[in-house]
Design a binder for this molecule. Structure first.
Ligand code: NAD
Length: 319
């Protein structure tokens, strides 16, 4: 009881720099706990370099990259927090060398990304993008737009972590057959629940109608899907990448779809972002979105809540 009372009256003197636009709930949690918050969603890299030494906690989302140069100057920093999943915009090696905790919020994006993949699959199956563009251009492509259904099709999920698992559960609701591959053992109970068939990567690629990738970008996952692997897939197969650009070889994907050896693709992430001017946009059966996987009200609010709570718990010494 003493400990709870202590937490209730305890507040912190630490100062926080929020470098990107984040849900207002994060500001509230931090301020309610006595932290001094500078909310600067437009701050430039030069400005961060100038003032980073004044702050104990740095918060970013996607716009800002926290570089080694910044971390070298961050002499009072205890925590760098990313209100999102991937930590590729924080130099984690430099942070570790300086004993700075780097935290993220994996929970926020799970459902948002999985729902985006469902949307991509439905859209690829029925070519809604092409239909929409045609109607706007005054064309009525009813005959040409004969689609397929997702029911009974094989969905291959590469990477059965938070998002891959959520996708499997949602796709099961559409009566799809789920094939899964992960470098780590896949939980038996989960596999049973969704009727997941475990497979090696080549079996998954050969058997799937839709292939959705949910792995981090690492040396071992760079161009995980390259020309050689694409050549083993069904001609009608569609690749969906909402993980990180670089996991799919975009040049090979372009050639495969253009030559009709692959059925289509949906990409939310690209080797080079912003991906305006990407040649994949020339192809009809391709959907391209501007890295919006976690861009939902719910995901942003959940991630902000998770980061706020984690920061307070770390300052309290609980985690
Ligand atoms: P996670 O860490 O929960 O799961 C990743 C899984 O990939 C793990 O189970 C891991 O064992 C597996 N894996 C690693 N290397 C592999 C390999 N070579 N082959 C097969 N499996 C491998 O991550 P998550 O939260 O599910 O996120 C997945 C990806 O989605 C990450 O790249 C993340 O950055 C990205 N993401 C994108 C958006 C977006 O806006 N599009 C939003 C959130 C997350």
């Amino acid at each position: 009881i003493c400990r709870i009372l202590f937490y209730c009256v305890m507040s912190f003197q630490d100062s926080v720099l929020i470098c990107d636009e984040v849900d207002a709930v994060l500001n509230k949690i931090l301020i309610d706990n006595g932290l001094k918050v500078s909310y600067e969603p437009e701050i430039t890299a030069e400005q961060i370099l100038e003032k980073i030494s004044n702050f104990n906690i740095i918060i970013v989302r996607s716009r800002t990259t926290i570089t080694k140069e910044m971390i070298d100057k961050a002499d009072n920093c205890k925590i760098i927090a990313r209100v999102g999943v991937g930590l590729d915009n924080v130099d984690q090696v430099a942070a570790k060398a300086k004993n700075i905790r780097v935290i993220n919020a994996v929970e926020g994006a799970m459902n948002a990304v999985a729902e985006l993949v469902l949307g991509f699959m439905l859209s690829l199956a029925r070519q809604t993008g092409r239909g929409d563009r045609a109607v706007r251009d005054g064309k009525w492509l009813k005959k040409e737009l004969k689609g397929t259904e997702l029911r009974g099709k094989y969905l291959g999920i590469i990477g059965l972590g938070n998002i891959g698992k959520r996708l499997a559960r949602l796709a099961r609701g559409l009566n799809m057959n789920i094939i899964g591959y992960d470098v780590m053992p896949i939980d038996e109970e989960f596999a049973k629940e969704v009727g997941l068939m475990k497979a090696d990567l080549s079996t998954l690629l050969q058997s799937s109608d839709y292939i959705s990738i949910h792995v981090p970008l690492l040396d071992s996952t760079y161009h995980l899907l390259d020309a050689e692997k694409m050549s083993t897939m069904k001609k009608t197969a569609k690749i969906i990448n909402t993980s990180r650009g670089g996991v799919v070889d975009e040049d090979a994907l372009y050639e495969a779809i253009k030559n009709g050896t692959l059925g289509g693709a949906a990409l939310d992430v690209f080797e080079k972002e912003p991906a305006t001017g990407n040649k994949l946009a020339e192809l009809d059966n391709v959907i391209l979105t501007p890295h919006i996987g976690a861009q939902t009200k719910e995901a942003q609010s959940l991630a902000a809540n998770v980061i706020g709570e984690k920061i307070i718990q770390i300052l309290r010494g609980v985690i």
